[in-house]
Design a protein around this ligand. Structure first.
Ligand SMILES: [Fe+2]
Length: 284
């Protein structure tokens, strides 16, 4: 694991983010049942072509902001169990305050009973003040793989998947030197919290698919009004598919909330990814 030195603007942003979000989370934790627009999740179906990965299925979650385990988290676990994934990927903003750790790991441990879980960190995970070592200790206990500027390889049939997890790109913590070179029959998956990872890739970086979150899909969508809330690091990418040939990027709307426990016309999202053989036309 590599940890990048932080510039003073990033440290200032972390401090301001902490000062803004922490009191609001504490305020709303006094009435945890007061959540609007979060109780019903949607399942997005994504299909990609790759010979070695054909027949595999994965779940992508993001932006859990899980400070308090709610009944909706049981429903999310049940829905994921019904999808029978091979892997579950979580792209950061796991919690907001340190008191969320037992709630977060209750959820991650439930996911781990379904399939191997791979997790990256987001900006709020750093704002929370929880040390990286503490995340890693708890992850080891529950057999969950945290990838913080690290890569792991899993053999699949005649090929392999390289799962690369980088630290939060919006705080300039992502270290792309952990990306492996391309190889025959290797699918390289990059997990990164913020979509601006796409702008940080250089020509020699080989990636098949990037999974991100961070945007919350705008969180509040008013018909006829352009998205007015997007955190730094989205670079205008609100949700769905982005990228360019050979560098596909998917932005997940996430499951939780920032600042106000309210999502308007922007349901929490579970993305279900399926791989099909090269010669079959994908659905999306
Ligand atoms: Fe978030």
């Amino acid at each position: 694991m590599t940890r990048r030195p932080r510039s003073w603007p990033d440290q200032a942003r972390s401090f301001i983010g902490y000062c803004l979000s922490e009191p609001l989370y504490r305020l709303f934790s006094l009435a945890p049942q007061w959540e609007i627009g979060l109780s019903r999740h949607e399942i997005s179906r994504l299909t990609y072509r790759h010979s070695a990965m054909a027949g595999r299925r994965a779940i992508h979650l993001s932006d859990l902001h899980l400070d308090r385990y709610q009944p909706r988290h049981d429903r999310i676990v049940a829905a994921i169990e019904g999808l029978h994934p091979d892997w579950i990927f979580v792209t950061g903003d796991l919690l907001n305050v340190p008191e969320g750790l037992p709630h977060l790991f209750r959820f991650l441990a439930a996911l781990r009973k379904i399939a191997p879980v791979f997790v990256t960190l987001g900006n709020h995970d750093h704002y929370s003040g929880v040390p990286i070592d503490q995340y890693c200790e708890l992850a080891d206990r529950d057999k969950i793989t945290f990838l913080i500027n690290q890569t792991t390889f899993i053999p699949i049939g005649s090929g392999e998947i390289a799962i690369v997890g980088v630290d939060d790109p919006s705080l300039h913590r992502a270290d792309l030197s952990c990306l492996p070179p391309s190889a025959q029959n290797r699918f390289t998956l990059l997990l990164a919290h913020a979509p601006n990872i796409l702008d940080q890739l250089e020509d020699h970086h080989e990636v098949d698919l990037i999974l991100c979150g961070h945007s919350h899909g705008g969180q509040w969508r008013i018909p006829g009004v352009p998205t007015f809330w997007l955190p730094p690091g989205c670079n205008g990418r609100i949700d769905g598919h982005h990228g360019e040939p050979g560098r596909k990027l998917y932005v997940n709307r996430g499951l939780g909330w920032s600042f106000l426990p309210l999502r308007l016309n922007c349901a929490p999202e579970i993305a279900c990814i399926e791989w099909i053989p090269e010669q079959v036309q994908p659905k999306n």
